[in-house]
Ligand binder design. Sequence first.
Ligand SMILES: Cc1ncc(COP(=O)(O)O)c(C=O)c1O
Length: 391
Amino acid sequence: MKDETLLCFDDDEYEKNKGAIVPPIYQTSLFSFEKWDDIEQAFSNPDKSFIYSRLHNPGTRLVEKKIAHLAGGEDAKLTASGMGAISAAIMHFVNHGEHIITIKNVYAPANNFIAKFLKEKCNIESTFVEGTTLKQFQDAIRDNTRLIYLESPASITMELQDLEKIVALAKAKGIATIIDNTWCTPLFQKPLSIGVDMEVHSVSKYLNGHSDVVAGIMIGKEKDLNEILVEEHALLGAKMSPFESWLLLRSLRTLPVRMRQHMENGMAVARFLEDHEKIGKVYYPGLESFPQYELGKKQMTGYGSLLSFEIETDELEKVKSFVNALTLFHLGVSWGGHESLVYAPSISYSKELTPEEFKARDIKVGLIRIHVGLEHQDDLIEDLRRALDHL
Ligand SMILES: Cc1ncc(COP(=O)(O)O)c(C=O)c1O
């Protein structure tokens, strides 16, 4: 089955659900059993049974299997947020006193989780590398390195990591790999087929795509996910709810159509910005001018529509006036929904980071991030043109 068909077709669910074209929501916290032996049997196979919805729920399970299939994984686990998936996945692979390598521009709460939370609570060390060459990873490896955590493209300046080379290095050294694949979705990048051990997503972005659900997912090998099910997943308890998994199933039907349109709109907006005299660099892996364009073509089959660009200024006031002049781009965090968004890292970095930490991230004051939604591209370009005229 092609991806589009897989996402629209529910196989044996129709018969099970009396022909219903939309499977029901199993809005229940627990499942009851006829006899003692039945519940005992369920406890012997928690990964195959419905006991309690913090572990498994039939509606949630349907979506997990669908997304696992889409990504080429053996199984998947949905979580209550992207961070729920990221934290559970990382803790599965790394123990007290071990070491993680990740990238400098990794999603900020993942950075905090690795650099501060895990260090303080679990004595887990970390090294942050640029991530654009294999040597940076090679040089960071220590005897106790257990995990390389990737995000490609990274969600601020969109740098890529060479997945094939990094996986080969990690495998040779017995190090596990995780990738945050939110930007591409499993439609445009299939890291598990290259040998990455686990893929995580903020489902709150493109997979759900309607800005009405906060959720996450881990996709990988059955063995890892079964262990996570009874450890991080069951003990920390960040499980997705039955209603949200039902909304997600609805959203997945249109994922390929939405992604094609996001890509078309994203490309049009990126080309407009690239040609504008008031704009410096545009960070978008779909542009031929992007330094890692060739690598992107090798490991991705399409592009998301989250991109960044630099307004040629050091004055925060000018950046503010540009952002305030936009009318179709909503000012807000997150991305991946139907609506276009604008955000400037200067807003939160100046609150969360010391001036030295901000400088170390190598992020300019004039850096703006936009998410290009599903509105008409001509309207979006006109809105940007008007706001740029203000400068
Ligand atoms: C790249 C990336 N990964 C993970 C997350 C975290 O996902 P959530 O907000 O669903 O916890 C986000 C959220 O913005 C993100 O942008």
